[in-house]
Structures are given as structure tokens and as C-alpha cells.
Write a protein that binds this ligand. Structure first.
Ligand SMILES: CC(C)(COP(=O)(O)OP(=O)(O)OC[C@H]1O[C@@H](n2cnc3c(N)ncnc32)[C@H](O)[C@@H]1OP(=O)(O)O)[C@@H](O)C(=O)NCCC(=O)NCCS
Length: 179
């Protein structure tokens, strides 16, 4: 549930990005992460056709939150598991702690289910993502481009990843963008 807080004048709404939101989405991530990497990843995922959900939170006309979900590859026991990458996620500084990030994650997880993803992967703070059911242990036997324990997953279809061996690959914009 989103909790109203100071500064949240105007109607809070959630929905898919519109073409005119693109500059504000870039600016939101540049401010939240202090650089261009995440904004460039978003542009690359969108341009490359990897993104299947790009969701914004608005207060009035202002973009105050954004998350992207895109197709990624997890090959397990020689077959491809339909999987989604949750990244990046940002909420504008004055609007954090009100449940906006959580709502964007929940909406994205629902979009991933509808899209047919069997698992969602995220690289981020375990303390934040654990609340949604993400767990690093599920990926313990999979080869990952990130150090062990950093990457977490949420199985939307139970048992598709846990205890299995295989390889995780992120779409090229994650490695092509410069940190
Ligand atoms: C992480 C982020 C998206 C959370 O957005 P938000 O709208 O504040 O999130 P919510 O309000 O839904 O959830 C906030 C809750 O998560 C907790 N939380 C936020 N960031 C956290 C973190 N890094 N670790 C642990 N808990 C965290 C808050 O304490 C709060 O808990 P409470 O509800 O018990 O008070 C936002 O802080 C942000 O944009 N940070 C900078 C960019 C970033 O780090 N993005 C995530 C990269 S993986």
C-alpha cells in the first residue's frame, strides 16, 4: 500500500511509460544513481526490444518513480527458462519510504507473470528485495556474471531454478553501457 507523505500533493498514479516520459526517466535514474549507467541501460533495453514492462509512478505530471523489466536468458539443464530482469528501479529522493518502489515492483512482477516469465532476477540490496520473496540461494548452482550472493531470484514457477545448474546471461545493454 502506498502511504501519503509530505510533498505528495497531486494525484499519485502508476502506469506504463509514455514516449514523452523518456527524458524524465533518464533524469530520475541519473539523480538516483549519480551517473549515466542505469539511464543508458534503460535506453539500450528499450531500443533493443528487451524491455517488456517500463512502469512509472507520477504525482500530477511529475515522474517520481520508474522500474524496467526485460527478457533475459537462464539456461538450466540445457533448456531455456523464460526469465525476466528487474532493473533498474528508482524513486525520486523526496518521495522514498512511501511504498512507491514496492508498488512498482509488485506491478512489474504481475506484468512478468502475464508475459510468461517463470523467474525474475534482480541485483540489489538483499534487505530490500527479500521482502518481495527474492532469494540468492535459488541461484546457488547457476553460473552468474555477478559475484556469488549478489544476484537474487524469485521463482514465479516453483522449482524452475532452485538446486539446478546452468548459466545466467543478462541482455547486452547491461554490459555495453559504461559505468
Ligand atoms: C530502493 C528504492 C527504489 C526504494 O524505493 P521506495 O519508494 O523508498 O521503497 P518503498 O517505500 O516501497 O519501500 C521502502 C522500505 O524499504 C526500505 N528500504 C529502502 N531501501 C532499502 C535498502 N537499500 N535496504 C533495505 N531496506 C530498504 C525502507 O526502509 C522502507 O521500509 P519501511 O516500509 O519499513 O519503512 C529507493 O530508495 C531508490 O530509488 N534508491 C536509489 C536507487 C536504488 O538504490 N535503486 C535500487 C537499486 S537495486
Amino acid at each position: 500500500m502506498v502511504r501519503p507523505r509530505a510533498g505528495m500533493d497531486g494525484t499519485l498514479s502508476f502506469g506504463p511509460e509514455r514516449p514523452e516520459d523518456i527524458p524524465a526517466i533518464r533524469a530520475l535514474h541519473q539523480a538516483a544513481f549519480g551517473g549515466d549507467y542505469e539511464a543508458d541501460v534503460i535506453d539500450g533495453l528499450r531500443a533493443g526490444g528487451f524491455a517488456f514492462a517500463s512502469l512509472v509512478a507520477r504525482i500530477g505530471a511529475e515522474i517520481v518513480g520508474h522500474v524496467m523489466f526485460s527478457d533475459m536468458s537462464v539456461v538450466v539443464d540445457g533448456h531455456k527458462v523464460p526469465a525476466a530482469a528487474l532493473a533498474p528501479l528508482a524513486v525520486a529522493e523526496g518521495f522514498r519510504g512511501a511504498g512507491i518502489g514496492g508498488r512498482l515492483v509488485q506491478m512489474g512482477l504481475e506484468a512478468a507473470r502475464v508475459h510468461g516469465a517463470h523467474a525474475v532476477l534482480v541485483l540489489g540490496d538483499p534487505a530490500y528485495y527479500r521482502e518481495f520473496g527474492f532469494d540468492a540461494a535459488v541461484l546457488a548452482h547457476l553460473r552468474s556474471p555477478y559475484p556469488p550472493g549478489k544476484l537474487m531470484a524469485l521463482e514465479l514457477v516453483t522449482g524452475v531454478l532452485a538446486g539446478r545448474g546452468g548459466t545466467i546471461s543478462y541482455p547486452p545493454p547491461f554490459t555495453r553501457a559504461q559505468r
